[in-house]
Design a protein around this ligand. Sequence first.
Ligand code: NAP
Length: 316
Amino acid sequence: MSPLVGHPVFERVALIGLGLIGGSIALAARRAGAAGRVVGYARTAETRETARRIGFCDEIVESASEAVAGADLVILCVPVGAMAAVAAEIAPALREGAVVSDVGSVKGAVIEALSGLPDHVHVIPAHPLAGTEHSGPESGFAELFDNRYCLLTPLPDGDAEAEGRLARFWRALGANVEAMAPERHDLVLAVTSHAPHLIAYTMVGVADDMRRVTKSEVIKYSAAGFRDFTRIAASDPTMWRDVFLTNREATLEILGRFTEELFALQRAIRTGNGDMLFDYFTRTRAIRRGIIDAGQDTAAPDFGRVAARSGPKAGE
Ligand code: NAP
């Protein structure tokens, strides 16, 4: 549970993009009293209408420029591939001294996309490591960031006071905040999130192929391992297309290593090397324990999915 901050960390927060992450920020900010006023904008009238109906923002406006006018914090909650166009649109309307941040899953590409913003704003890229396989304005919830990390990737000549304020905002939303270099972020996330998603997409693709051979038995008798892959592979296609297009090098590096390991395991199976398999699986089991000990997942059977509102945090 996040601390109630007592007084707003920012007076007017503008959210551009009102899906899972934008909606959750609005709800978590309201829960904590972290924003004086939250103004939202999404590109389609349908999403704006849904957001109005749910009421998670104080106001939904009809343009991105209108949303950011007068805001002391602007957070871009759109797919990574859309950041540059949104930045160009809002640039002339940004208030002097405003903090402009984002939630994109890749940081190097976002820094590039935001490089044309005026010098009179503080650009501070960020990435909350929290998500689910759901998307859209109805998927957000106030608890999404509780006890999850939010990584800030500040620019070299960034303003320490503005960075401190943004960190306070995210802490009020329930997150643990840490700073990291953008290249490091993109490599670490390639290991922990991007490559695993690609592997899940591949495995479900293989099963889809097999379905034709097995007459749907892979669906009917789907076991826990496959079901976990299908949950990850149900993640938003636009978001994940953009992640792979913009974190290409790091993802390819990790997939190269993955392929080597896969071949080693394949060889162990072929040669009947049980010791190798046993040692390998013992090592990987310890990693799972480490994640649970760090409070980043639950040891409950089936990942505590029945109890948790949206299951384990799958996105990021
Ligand atoms: P989402 O639920 O699909 O919402 C995306 C929002 O962006 C929607 O409001 C959508 O508007 C808008 N949008 C989509 N394409 C756009 C475009 N070309 N131009 C302008 N606006 C556009 O996505 P999300 O899960 O909140 O993800 C948003 C960001 O958070 C992404 O950068 C993603 O990498 C990052 N992130 C996601 C997760 C996760 O697990 N989902 C976790 C951490 C970070 P309409 O609804 O009007 O189309």
